[in-house]
Write a protein that binds this ligand. Structure first.
Ligand SMILES: C[S@@+](CC[C@H](N)C(=O)[O-])C[C@H]1O[C@@H](n2cnc3c(N)ncnc32)[C@H](O)[C@@H]1O
Length: 387
């Protein structure tokens, strides 16, 4: 392990984290392989625990002391009774800012995280123009984030000078820091399920052979920054009870030190995060050879999503089944998980244009056709299609 990791690893271990350093080392790979990441120091069998993170070491609005210091009701309740900081990411961003400003429990961890990002959120207009026609630009959410900063965060910090002293605001509570913490959440957070009351901290024998494909939350455009990688229970289940109205039982977006050191590449996952009652564990899902990179999964996202959330793309040799007819033949490179996204309204417009290409619809039918088109778009959105 290079010396640059020492402050973080010492902090991790001093706060109850445990790292199996005979088997796993932190290192820096070439940028094309993810930069900082984890390597197997010896052959590792499947179902081997690489490190453990106490739940108390994850950073969320549930573990940070700030919400209670601020006043739980004022933090949680929606305006006009409170600031609604349990919705979206503003509350967690504020906790991260406060931790840094106060040299709190997580300060050493936060200091180890990147402050520069290659994600399109930080691109200039000219570079963003290169993405014209893709869904990336419209999903950036930069304006929403800046509105949340102005309308949610600034009123909170100006209402409590005891917690947010004015002389610290230009250093720790700026819009720039807001974007940096938001990008850290976007590229590194996990959606952690609450502690299961009946779960033991021993991973069961069924922590392997997970065939569920979905490991990353579908972004919710109502949030400034969409969520986060999911943590699996010991059976690899992702069962989230959407009807559960008990707020305390909802999954919570959390920063998970050490787990967020793992890179990912399409089809290369060999470790995954599991939870027990008191701790989270990174467990191998395949045997790993000494010298190989230890990869978590970002759910084999298409390149547009990888770029938007993480600032990189997968550029791999494509299987023959995907390269037939391609001018480069078997040498073609890309991301096997790529998808083509078509806007629902575009599809409907094209279908209507085709239907009425020869004869315009009778005038009295135009509004009925528009209403039917809208009904179909609404149905698509209800079925979970992206807006
Ligand atoms: C969860 S962090 C992983 C640790 C990170 N490499 C670091 O230096 O802190 C996710 C970030 O790692 C980088 N990354 C992960 N997998 C990558 C890959 N296959 N190729 C290039 N960069 C990758 C991206 O910058 C991404 O935003």
């Amino acid at each position: 392990m290079t010396t640059s990791f020492h402050p973080f690893v010492s902090w991790f271990q001093a706060n109850g984290g445990s790292l199996n350093s005979e088997y796993i080392g932190l290192t820096t790979f070439p940028a094309s392989e993810g930069g900082r990441g984890a390597v197997a120091l010896r052959d590792i069998p499947e179902s081997h625990t690489l490190f453990k993170i106490p739940r108390s070491l994850t950073l969320s609005t549930r573990t940070s002391p700030l919400p209670e210091l601020f006043g739980g009701d004022a933090w949680r309740k929606k305006a006009p009774h409170g600031h609604g900081l349990d919705e979206g990411w503003t509350g967690l961003i504020l906790c991260m800012m406060w931790e840094e400003a106060n040299a709190g429990k997580w300060a050493a961890y936060l200091a180890s995280l990147p402050s520069k990002f290659d994600t399109p959120m930080f691109w200039n207009e000219q570079d963003l123009a290169e993405l014209k026609g893709t869904s990336v630009v419209e999903k950036l959410g930069k304006e929403d984030a800046e509105r949340d900063y102005r309308e949610k965060l600034l009123p909170v910090i100006s209402s409590r000078k005891d917690l947010f002293p004015p002389h610290l605001i230009p250093f720790h509570y700026t819009l720039e820091r807001y974007h940096i913490h938001g990008s850290r959440i976007l590229s590194r957070s996990f959606c952690v399920e609450p502690a299961p009351s009946d779960a033991s901290d021993e991973p069961s024998g069924t922590t392997q052979n997970h065939d569920d494909a979905m490991d990353v939350d579908v972004p919710s455009d109502s949030q400034s920054h969409p969520a986060a990688t999911r943590v699996h229970d010991n059976d690899g289940d992702l069962s989230v009870d959407q009807d559960d109205e008990d707020e305390e039982e909802e999954d919570i977006v959390s920063m998970v030190p050490m787990a967020d050191m793992l890179n990912a590449r399409y089809g290369s996952e060999n470790a995954k995060l599991f939870y027990g009652a008191n701790e989270l564990r990174m467990v191998t899902t395949k045997p790993i050879k000494a010298g190989e990179q230890i990869f978590n999964t970002y759910n084999d996202l298409p390149n547009a999503e990888l770029l938007r959330r993480y600032g990189h793309v997968d550029y791999l040799s494509l299987p023959a089944s995907l390269t037939q007819g391609s001018p480069n033949g078997s040498a073609a490179l890309g991301n096997p998980g790529d998808v083509v996204e078509l806007r629902a309204d575009l599809v409907l417009t094209a279908a209507n244009d085709r239907i009425y290409s020869t004869a315009a619809p009778p005038a009295q039918n135009v509004s009925a056709i528009a209403a039917e088109s809208q009904r179909r778009i609404d149905w698509w959105l209800e079925m979970g299609g992206d807006e």
